[in-house]
Ligand binder design. Sequence first.
Ligand code: GDP
Length: 343
Amino acid sequence: MKTALITGITGQVGSFLAEFLLGKGYEVHGIVRRASMYNRSRIEHLRADPDIYGSRLFLHYADLQDATPLRRLLCRVEPDEIYHLAGQSHVGLSFQIPESTVHEVAVATLSILEICRDLPKTPRFYHAASSEIFGSPEEFPQTEKTPYRPDNPYGCSKAFATQMVRVYRNAYGLFAVSGIAYNHESNRRGENFVTKKIARSAAELAMGREEPLVLGNLDSERDWGFASEYVEAMWLMLQAEVPRDLVLATGQSCSVRAFAKAAFLAAGIQLRFEGGGEDEIGVDEKTGKVLLRVSRDFYRKVDTVRLVGDPEPAREAIGWSARTIGCEVAKEMVRAELSTLGH
Ligand code: GDP
């Protein structure tokens, strides 16, 4: 039985990855941060299963900015594979808390790499990099060779961590790789991400909510895939013969406006857009009611207008490609929200 350690196990991706690895027969160790409020809802179903929790799934308190207990834990667990997913992951928020974002995302990755160098049994290391390292790219689609030009504190931190993974791979021979993942979503996504906000609101508005959905830039385009599919790519990257950074993407981009239209349609509402810029509204085709508005409050200081990744190298190297793409993601997320709301 292989042993895996996941940082960020209570997050969206960590919870899917834990399920996936347990399904493959792994012993899974997760690192959780102490907090006064319990924040484990995404893995509660695993914790509640006596056949899993305490026999194949173990949780440990540690803070990634506290290297000594982390080193002690890694020495004790002796993982075969480490999946490093933890860290503040919201781009907009990273403008408000840039220093803690850099500590959590950039410096913490370096600390784990330093520990890995010293472990008697060197684990394979996966780092969750992000398309945000490309910032406002000049080439489409982006590949592993596209220059990094991050334009927010989160992207800068991920760019640093991605470079460090490469440096440690080359300098110390570690099997350390970065998956440069594009946006991957699900109903487990944090509430301040646009896809979750849209899916939740579309479902609630279809069930009688009065207040319209308020969004920022509707013209932004992202390469949206489904989170539960991306965890397989992460695992495959650590099973490869040769360590290699890969872009993980669907290869298609979709605007926030198109995503919203598809989400409302999945909730049974035909949305018609009227006006433009900050005056743009989304109207229910049937009732004429305004269901969507735009507000400056949700615009970013600097926003990446369009990101789309090249899925070919990952398909060739590890045989992985995304199945649920763009508007299909919206449909799946609204279906899940409707069922949570008891529709
Ligand atoms: P990101 O790609 O990691 O920043 O993921 P987000 O889901 O936070 O944002 C995706 C895109 O949606 C960005 O270009 C945002 O500017 C845009 N967007 C438009 N309206 C909103 C909104 O209300 N909330 C968020 N989070 N993003 C929005």
